[in-house]
Design a protein around this ligand. Structure first.
Ligand SMILES: C[S@@+](CC[C@H](N)C(=O)[O-])C[C@H]1O[C@@H](n2cnc3c(N)ncnc32)[C@H](O)[C@@H]1O
Length: 314
């Protein structure tokens, strides 16, 4: 499972760093500078890059293994095409739904002011375009593709051989509902919460030291790991680990994990987050429906069995 840079990062060389609102963590771009043209090559470059990444992920995954990848509504199609062309079966699209986000649409007043027109024309134009802004709607979801490496034989044959490739439908979402591909971490309203709400992000879950700008909710990563991993020997790989949310979720869930990130500062955060969980996090191999995700909130105690074997929730 991973949350790659959406190619808004400076992975192409065509962007002038000084013109792009860069943060101290220089891989992250806050927003496109005002008036920046839509780069038609961006999606194609992303496709080519992600095709190579997907090939490598396909190579190391077991047959039937899942590849969940976060994306943005604007570049999702390129990402999924790259994964599809690399050989993955595209099984579904999850949606992480939220209500709060900064609208990016810009007023045109700034550009109208620069027009070579008289003041009256400019005033009229501003009046005419009152409320009309650039085509950037407030974005309130993130698409997450669920892809799978082709299973060997039937699902059952593959599962018996590799312990992967099925979904654990005992995992519940909302108020004990069958797992869905829509997930919300905001309480929205009764119906949505009943069907799609998973635990709200806890303010402490990132850690005070965590300066990463795109930290994903832990409960979302837990949900996906809980849905898809069966064996305690399963390895969760995040090749763009950031501050390590996927890895924290895997560790909490008693799964093995491998995280990779290009940025050493982020890796230091990952280590701090993982260490803060302590050594005794080997949760369980099975949790009854009634306990499911909420178990994390209740700080359930676990008993570690000898020789690193699985422990059961107590
Ligand atoms: C969107 S962030 C992941 C955030 C993560 N989901 C979290 O919750 O903290 C993507 C990460 O990819 C890393 N990255 C960018 N290019 C990379 C590369 N070529 N190889 C490895 N990591 C890279 C960035 O440093 C960044 O931390």
């Amino acid at each position: 499972m991973t949350d790659p840079p959406y190619f808004l990062d400076k992975m192409d060389n065509g962007w002038d760093e000084k013109k792009v609102a860069s943060t101290k963590y220089h891989h992250v771009v806050k927003s496109l500078p005002a008036g920046m043209k839509f780069d038609r090559e961006q999606g194609k470059n992303f496709y080519e890059w992600y095709y190579k990444i997907s090939k490598q992920i396909l190579r190391v995954l077991k047959p039937g293994g899942f590849f969940f990848s976060f994306s943005s509504p604007r570049l999702y199609h390129r990402m999924v095409s790259a994964m599809d062309d690399a050989g993955f079966l595209i099984r579904d699209c999850f949606i992480w739904l939220y209500t709060q986000n900064q609208p990016k649409a810009m007023s045109l007043n700034h550009f109208i002011d620069k027009l070579n027109e008289n003041e009256q024309t400019k005033t009229n134009l501003k009046k005419q375009l009152n409320g009309w802004k650039t085509p950037q709607i407030k974005s309130c979801f993130e698409p997450i593709v669920m892809a799978q490496k082709e299973p060997e034989g039937t699902f059952l044959e593959n599962f018996r051989k590799y312990q992967v490739g099925l979904l654990n439908t005992q995992v519940k979402i909302g108020q004990d509902m069958f797992p869905a591909n829509v997930v919300s971490t905001d309480a929205i309203n009764e119906v949505v919460d009943k069907c799609f709400l998973i635990s709200k992000p806890d303010k402490k879950e990132k850690g005070n030291f965590n300066a990463h700008r795109t930290v994903k909710p832990l409960s979302l990563c837990e949900y996906i790991i809980n849905l898809t991993t069966y064996s305690p020997e399963a390895i969760v790989l995040d090749p763009f680990a950031g501050s390590g949310t996927t890895l924290v979720a895997a560790k909490k869930f008693g799964r093995k994990f491998i995280g990779i990130d290009i940025n050493k500062e982020y890796l230091a955060m990952v280590k701090t987050r993982l260490n803060s969980l302590g050594r005794n996090v080997v949760p369980y191999d099975f949790v009854g429906a009634e306990k499911q995700l909420r178990i994390f909130e209740k700080k359930a105690k676990y008993k570690r069995l000898r020789k690193g074997k699985l422990a059961k929730a107590v």
